[in-house]
Design a binder for this molecule. Sequence first.
Ligand SMILES: [Zn+2]
Ligand SMILES: [Zn+2]
Ligand SMILES: [Zn+2]
Length: 90
Amino acid sequence: MNAECKHLAEADAQKQPNTNGCEECLKSGDSWVHLRVCLTCGHVGCCDSSKNKHATKHFHRTKHPVVRSDEPGERWAWCYVDELFIEDLE
Ligand SMILES: [Zn+2]
Ligand SMILES: [Zn+2]
Ligand SMILES: [Zn+2]
């Protein structure tokens, strides 16, 4: 099922988050709803339910394709390029 996404194969599922919260929101003092970690560079951004949507903005700026959830107990990832939901990240 994940075979169509070559980005995930190239991404680092063990990538550690760079910051303890959304990088841009921490700078501006904003709040967020959920966090996403970029599996290319470790950037932490807020989700699309957050007003600033920094995770999606990070993709548009950098073209880094895959993020994972940074919520405790969640193991899914999302490829922006293929718009593919990966349910169980290894
Ligand atoms: Zn992909
Ligand atoms: Zn943010
Ligand atoms: Zn990135």
